[in-house]
Ligand binder design. Structure first.
Ligand code: MEV
Length: 324
């Protein structure tokens, strides 16, 4: 339906959310273990125009909106209809960098009443993502909503942010804000998109036959890694990232392509690991200070899509002025 058919818009708003990388604890966090994640400066911007009724469209197309489960679930939660939604994102889809969390959080931020209640936004964004995937934890949605370095299940480490209530027997999850050491990380997307839901399901199957307590070992690495991060101990953070990577491979979320990329930078980084659901998707690497460009080049020459990133303090927020 063309915009002109819909009459005058009631209002128009836009909101923006950052991307995320998980530094420690992906998959284990689904089962109540701790994790650490970083909000990164790769934004998703959502522009919403409300017409007060009728079909909701994505860039003018009703089917586009109906096929996007994240937008659909978020609109249901906010009780919103008669919208046109436009999305612009620097994140490749299903890359492990939080595209669905950013979309859910930014869209809801445009729909929820002002002043924006961030706790409510974090909880509702998780529900939208969970209802769309039927799997997972709130680590991605809370990280993009909060911005900065975010811990989950780390007890008193950091400053308390919020709790996300349990869903279908999993959780609750307690979130804290950790200090950002200010380092540049290098993210490499393998070019293999992988959805989170099926990866989480496959891990569930793998865990049924796990006699080595893999999740407990990941939890130990997450505790040790988060302590090193808080101390600003770069070498130790890198060491724990490498250990976490090995455990993720043991968990069954590795991929030959990721192994090739790890091999290409191994001698040049302090740490490198799968980030997010794995089986494809992305890696995050921590170079030695000053080696960021060299590491980015090594990944690029292997054909990966590379993003040197820093942590952004800005979580999801409404914007004023032009969206793009
Ligand atoms: C995905 O970014 C992280 C996982 O731990 C799933 C989740 O926590 O929802 C694999």
């Amino acid at each position: 339906m063309a915009k002109a058919d819909r009459g005058r818009p009631l209002w128009s708003r836009w909101a923006r959310a950052p991307g995320k990388v998980i530094l420690f604890g992906e998959h284990a966090v689904v089962y109540g273990h701790p994790a650490v994640a970083l909000a990164i400066d790769l934004p998703t911007t959502v522009h919403v125009t409300a017409y007060g009724g009728g079909e909701t469209t994505l860039s003018g197309c009703p089917e586009g909106f109906a096929k996007n489960r994240y937008l659909l679930e978020a609109a249901k939660i906010a009780g919103a209809e008669g919208l046109d939604v436009r999305v612009r994102s620097g994140l490749p889809r299903a890359s492990g960098l939080g595209s669905s969390a950013a979309l859910s959080s930014a869209f809801l931020a445009a729909l929820l009443p002002e002043p924006l209640d961030r706790v409510d936004l974090a909880r509702k964004s998780f529900l939208a993502e969970f209802n769309a995937q039927r799997q997972g934890s709130p680590v991605d949605t809370s990280t993009v909503t909060a911005g900065g370095v975010v811990g989950v299940g780390l007890g008193s480490a950091g400053v308390k942010l919020w709790e996300v209530p349990a869903v279908e027997g999993r959780g609750p999850w307690g979130f804290t804000r950790l200090r950002d050491p200010g380092w540049t990380w290098v993210v490499a997307y393998s070019g293999l998109p992988k959805a989170t839901g099926p990866a989480v399901k496959a891990v569930g199957e793998r865990l049924k036959e796990d006699t080595t307590h893999l999740l407990d070992r990941i939890a130990r690495v997450t505790h040790d890694g988060s302590r090193a991060l808080l101390e600003g101990n770069r070498e130790e953070v890198g060491r724990q990232m490498n250990l976490n990577h090995e455990l993720l491979v043991e968990l069954g979320v590795g991929h030959d392509r990721l192994a090739e990329l790890v091999e290409a930078v191994k001698g040049r980084v302090l740490g490198v690991k799968i980030t997010g659901a794995g089986r494809g998707g992305s890696l995050v690497a921590l170079p030695r200070p000053g080696d960021e460009a060299a590491v980015a080049n090594l990944f690029s020459s292997e054909g990966a899509l590379v993003f040197p990133v820093t942590v952004t303090k800005e979580g999801t927020g409404r914007l004023s002025g032009p969206a793009w």
